[in-house]
Design a protein around this ligand. Structure first.
Ligand SMILES: Nc1ncnc2c1ncn2[C@@H]1O[C@H](COP(=O)(O)OP(=O)(O)OP(=O)(O)O)[C@@H](O)[C@H]1O
Length: 296
């Protein structure tokens, strides 16, 4: 169990912002921090990892104190068993994939034999076998991010922090990477904290969502509780983004991007009230006789 109850004054663009976060995460949960840019999501992960020191409060993980302002306890990032993956892969360009993984092992002086076994397991689970002797510059964005994920797991951390790791990737690669994230989360029995803005991704991956606004958690719950409007009882629900709203005589045609499909939905004036291009929406339909196509 992670129990984090901290305060820190941050320097936002328009003055000081008080970060006051109080959260509990059960072992084995996959949770997402969701909120607007500048709300304090990255700072929360950096505080948990030991890269940023809070002004006040405590952090305990499975009964061990990682931070206690009053008792002057502040474990270094190396003392906390945490893997961290960022949006930019930050791989060493002069090393091959395997060397990047081995280097992550070396820097933390762990048992070499166990470490090598971990690397072999990771290469298999994250399917890096054919890439292991390549240098990062020859890899695609998705492949680099898989290496970054493997590197974060070389030390077998108990906690995995993911700061928008898929944001720079296109939808197809993103969906595949989401599967890898779920696989490693389960195989390595991780407690995972993800930052994401993508509602579909959040619903697919997380057990719980913490919504952060202006430095504090304002809502928490399952993805359904946070995102799904209870009034909608449709059998199929997709989340998407509004691309266009056009009036045609008495109705409106709303063009919505759902993953990589563009869908046109007929809507009444009531439904488009307050709706703008760029808004996230849910499209629901009571499909009577759905047809299944296998995708490659
Ligand atoms: N080390 C620091 N000291 C003081 N202020 C900081 C520090 N790091 C970040 N901040 C400020 O804290 C605020 C919150 O930043 P943070 O990166 O945590 O937000 P975020 O929710 O992750 O946003 P985004 O989605 O854009 O990454 C920002 O205004 C930032 O400038």
């Amino acid at each position: 169990m992670i129990t984090l109850d901290i305060e820190k004054v941050l320097q936002a663009a328009d003055g000081k912002m008080n970060l006051r976060v109080n959260l509990k995460v059960e072992n084995g949960q996959f949770i997402t921090l969701y909120g607007e840019s500048g709300a304090g999501k990255t700072s929360t992960l950096r505080i948990l990892s030991g890269l940023l020191k809070p002004d006040k409060g405590t952090i305990t993980v499975n009964g061990e104190t990682w931070f206690d302002a009053k008792r002057n306890i502040h474990l270094s990032p190396q003392q906390r068993r945490i893997g961290y993956v960022f949006q930019d892969y930050a791989l060493f360009p002069n090393m091959t994939v395997r060397q990047n993984l081995e280097f992550a092992l070396r820097t933390k002086h762990s048992d070499r034999q166990t470490g090598r076994e971990n690397i072999s397991d990771l290469i298999e689970i994250i399917e890096l076998g054919e890439l292991q002797n390549r240098k990062p510059e020859t890899l695609s964005g998705g492949q680099k991010q898989r290496v970054a994920l493997a590197r974060a797991l070389v030390q077998r951390p108990g906690i995995l922090l993911l700061d928008e790791p898929l944001a720079a990737l296109d939808m197809k690669i993103r969906l595949k990477l989401q599967d890898y994230l779920l696989t490693v989360h389960r195989e390595f029995q991780l407690t995972t904290l993800l930052i994401s803005h993508d509602t579909g991704e959040i619903i697919k991956l997380s057990d719980r969502v913490f919504m952060i606004e202006n430095g504090t958690i304002t809502r928490q719950g399952t993805p359904d509780e946070i995102f799904i409007n209870r009034r909608i009882s449709g059998k199929f629900k997709f989340t998407g983004e509004v691309l266009k709203i056009e009036q045609q005589e008495v109705v409106f045609i709303v063009t919505v991007l759902i993953q990589n499909n563009v869908v046109k939905v007929i809507a009444q004036e009531e439904e488009v009230k307050g709706l703008a291009v760029g808004d996230k929406v849910m499209v629901a339909s009571k499909a009577f006789n759905p047809i299944l196509y296998k995708m490659e």
